[in-house]
Design a binder for this molecule. Structure first.
Ligand code: ADP
Length: 259
């Protein structure tokens, strides 16, 4: 009998977590965190057990969007207790650092932090864990896909060409990593005036739909640009929670039903 071969280090499943869905974007500021927060709240409102891992090291915004603050406790010194609001169990890299502190981390530290948040946080039993990734195709996305079983990724983009080009890179990356792509999400699709309801295509129209078709990935949602979406997130209660009956919230609820 030969010596036992070490087990191959393929992607692992985290105990208790049924599905992991990554929310990515090619660049920052396109609404990836807004989509993650509303998606998580919409899934929770449907009765699913939802976790939200804010892994956006460069701009962790989930504590503010979900209206939670404070340092997460670690009663045993080994595991971390997540926070919870609107039925969503949440952990953010932003809760492990000072909100005003710029996070200047190198690759290995990022990977360590990601693994800590996946494995040491007491997520409990979850139907789905949403991971809000940093923008771009960096170490965090790669580590996540290589170390953990990712059920799929969604890529958020605005209709602008530059954002679309970056979105394409994101889709290519997941394809190379073998992560299924659930689809593209167009955010800030049309502007809806909060005064009169007039619709205007500030960033152009149809670009994401065309891109999705070319890349052969589904277009999962078209989320309008609406003042209420921004104020809701800034106020710590995503639109899905604060104005659940509005058409803006409906767009996120429809998205949740597809995932
Ligand atoms: P990212 O995570 O891609 O950096 P955010 O989700 O933080 O982007 O969004 C950037 C800013 O745009 C935030 O102030 C957010 O409230 C706002 N925003 C995002 N999507 C919309 C939308 N559909 N309508 C209005 N404001 C939005």
């Amino acid at each position: 009998k030969g010596a036992q071969k070490p087990k191959p280090q393929g992607p692992q499943k985290v105990a208790g977590i049924d599905r992991v869905i990554a929310v990515a974007s090619g660049k920052g500021g396109v609404g990836k965190s807004t989509v993650s927060a509303n998606l998580a709240c919409a899934l929770a409102a449907e009765g699913r057990r939802v976790g939200l891992l804010d892994a956006d090291v460069y701009g962790p915004s989930q504590p503010r969007m979900l209206g939670v603050s404070g340092k997460p406790a670690s009663p045993d010194g080994k595991t971390i207790l997540p926070l919870r609001n609107y039925g969503v169990t949440m952990m953010s890299i932003g809760l492990m650092t000072n909100e005003r502190e710029a996070v200047v981390w190198r690759g290995p530290m990022l990977m360590g932090a990601l693994q800590q948040m996946m494995n040491q946080v007491q997520w409990g039993a979850l139907d789905v864990l949403i991971v809000d990734l940093p923008p771009g195709t960096g170490d965090v996305a790669m580590t996540l896909a290589q170390k953990y079983v990712l059920d799929g990724a969604v890529v958020v983009s605005t209709p602008q060409d530059v954002a679309l080009l970056d979105a394409r890179k994101g889709i290519d990356m997941f394809a190379k990593l073998g992560t299924p792509i659930f689809g593209l999400i167009e955010n800030m699709s049309t502007h809806i005036c909060s005064n009169c309801g007039h619709e205007e295509h500030i960033f152009g129209h149809g670009g994401v739909a065309k891109e999705a078709q070319e890349m052969r990935v589904p277009l999962l949602a078209e989320i309008p640009l609406h003042l209420d979406i921004r104020t809701a997130s800034d106020g710590g209660a995503p639109i899905v929670v604060s104005k659940p009956e509005s058409p803006q919230a409906q767009a996120f609820r429809d998205l949740a039903r597809k995932l």
